[in-house]
Design a protein. Structure first.
Length: 77
């Protein structure tokens, strides 16, 4: 059955030949340019976290859900 299916696929591929409107190099160049643009956008956001100095968080004892991820390193009043 698999051999018959393979034969059918090959004969269908031989019958339907479509010419591309542009060269394959044009498609590759467009895809490369799009991915390069996406990479540059990603790299442009890589330093956003270092723009401002970090300020210590004020610990509010009345806070309903305190942040317990500081491991006792936050400034306490």
């Amino acid at each position: 059955m698999l051999i018959q299916l393979t034969g059918a696929v090959f004969t269908a591929a031989e019958e339907h030949h479509v010419d591309l409107p542009a060269s394959p190099y044009v498609y590759g160049g467009v895809i490369f340019a799009a991915l390069l643009l996406l990479m540059l956008i990603t790299v442009s956001f890589s330093n956003v976290g270092n723009r401002h100095t970090a300020e210590p968080e004020h610990i509010d004892p009345q806070r309903q859900f305190p942040d317990k991820h500081d491991h006792g390193q936050a400034i306490r009043d």
